[in-house]
Ligand binder design. Structure first.
Ligand SMILES: *[C@@H]1O[C@H](CO)[C@@H](O)[C@H](O)[C@H]1NC(C)=O
Ligand SMILES: *[C@@H]1O[C@H](CO)[C@@H](O)[C@H](O)[C@H]1NC(C)=O
Ligand SMILES: *[C@@H]1O[C@H](CO)[C@@H](O)[C@H](O)[C@H]1NC(C)=O
Length: 360
């Protein structure tokens, strides 16, 4: 009798799980360094760099975790946790990411920590939601490795602001063409030993001629935007006064396209997968990704541009696609061993994945 009851139960269990038509819906957990996972992560990093309103491009450092959910009616959603590192390329710099170098520990590295939902559909990846945060390496860690290395300084420190003004003035004084105005202060370090301040800042060409500017406030940015990126060092001289060194790279002009301004309202439809011309739409027909671009003045953080100000909040997405890919959740016991599509690779420690550069 007991046997029979048990059998009945078993039969019922089996019945439960075999009722759904088609394959069982559940998540799979590929290895973090699985090529497909890496593709999803690279799409995520590409998204960061295309949507960052300021600061520096980021590069993938490590994939911490990954879960893949089937999505109705088609596609799969990669739920990813990734670590990034700041590069030396400003976001306005057209240099491809592969040619950008990682900001080294000695320069006071900055790490990004992101949660992404990336949809894979018809072989293409598109970002559904992004949430990032970033932080500079700790002062202790920098000094442990390099006691004399300068730390990141607050971007609104009066010495920093002064150094940027002096460097920009020096740049405008030595050139013939347009007057360039400040777009943002991107990075600053106070170098105590040499009593100098190193700054990195972005500039843009205006309709004023550098040599003839009287009131910079009256200059307007060109319709055909031309940005530049400068590094300057201002050193106090013992005898008084200061030395100003500045070097700027002026980028190619940007064609006057209907370029959405960072006002949040138009940022959503930009969520195209790399190489894809179509905006990614959620089932509800709304732009899938949520992206919050805050006003610059409010977003100014103490020492670096925190990714959090550009990528926060996944609310609009959770309601749209959350239900779509959590519906078919089944107990994990139902699928003891679904082999990864790449084949049965015996992975000892599938996650977190490898560190591509260095760990902060
Ligand atoms: C990027 O690097 C590649 C290979 O090193 C080189 O061929 C290419 O010219 C570089 N591109 C830029 C824009 O620096
Ligand atoms: C810099 O900004 C912070 C936060 O906005 C503020 O608390 C601080 O007083 C500012 N420092 C200077 C020197 O303006
Ligand atoms: C600046 O302009 C003057 C007059 O137009 C010209 O003679 C000179 O070569 C220019 N200098 C540079 C560095 O372009």
């Amino acid at each position: 009798m007991k046997c029979l009851v048990l059998l009945l139960c078993l039969a019922q269990l089996c019945g439960c799980h075999s009722v759904p038509h088609g394959p069982i819906l559940g998540n799979r957990e590929p290895a973090c360094d699985d090529p497909e996972t890496e593709q999803a992560a690279l799409a995520a990093v590409d998204y960061i760099n295309k949507h960052l309103p300021h600061g520096f491009k980021h590069i993938l450092n490590q994939i911490d975790s990954v879960k893949v959910w089937p999505r109705r009616p088609t596609g799969e959603v990669f739920d990813l946790e990734i670590d990034t590192l700041e590069t030396t390329c400003h976001v306005l710099d057209p240099t491809p990411l592969a040619n950008c170098s990682v900001r080294q520990l000695k320069e006071h590295a900055v790490e990004g920590d992101c949660d992404f939902n990336v949809l894979k559909q018809d072989g293409e990846f598109s970002v559904l939601s992004a949430k990032c945060d970033s932080s500079p390496d700790s002062a202790e860690d920098v000094h442990k490795m390099c006691p004399d290395c300068p730390l990141l300084a607050p971007l609104n420190d009066s010495r920093v602001v002064h150094a940027v003004e002096a460097a920009l003035a020096a740049f405008n004084a030595q050139k013939n063409g347009s007057y360039f105005q400040l777009v943002e202060i991107s990075r600053a370090q106070l170098v105590p030993l040499s009593a100098s301040v190193s700054v990195e800042f972005a500039v843009a060409a205006t309709d004023c001629v550098a040599k003839e500017v009287v009131d910079p406030a009256k200059c307007n940015l060109l319709a055909e935007k031309q940005y530049g990126f400068c590094k300057g060092t201002v050193t106090e001289k013992v005898a008084g006064g200061e030395d100003v060194a500045v070097a700027c790279t002026v980028f190619q002009t940007q064609p006057v396209l209907p370029q959405p301004q960072p006002d949040g309202a138009e940022a959503g439809p930009l969520t195209t997968a790399p190489g894809s011309a179509r905006p990614a739409l959620s089932p509800a027909g709304q732009p899938a990704a949520s992206l919050v671009v805050g006003p610059r003045a409010v977003a100014a953080p103490p020492t670096h541009y925190d990714l959090r100000h550009a990528f926060s909040g996944v609310a609009s997405v959770e309601s749209a696609s959350g239900e779509a890919f959590h519906v078919g959740k089944t107990p994990k016991v139902a699928q003891p061993s679904i082999p990864a599509p790449e084949g049965p690779v015996p992975v000892v420690r599938p996650c977190p994945g490898r560190i591509r550069h260095f760990k902060i």
